[in-house]
Design a protein around this ligand. Sequence first.
Ligand code: FES
Length: 87
Amino acid sequence: MINSRTVTICTGAGCKGWNAERIAQGLREAGADLGLDELEIRSVPCMKRCGGGVSIQVSACNSLLKFKREEEAVNVLIPEKMIPVPA
Ligand code: FES
């Protein structure tokens, strides 16, 4: 079941090269640290958007995002960090 706090991360061969497994684990740890009890991190095979980083989709926005670093990927758990702030 997909809920509003579902993060889908590709752990296919292409994304594995960008440390997808480590990023998935980092998301789980960050979710626990933030107290996101309903957070579900789903690992899936290739999402057909290979290259340029790990493919991650957040159920709240449905956009497919690419991340190269764990420190950046954990921001998907904090919506305020994903919304550009007008200058
Ligand atoms: S391996 Fe991740 S999108 Fe193809």
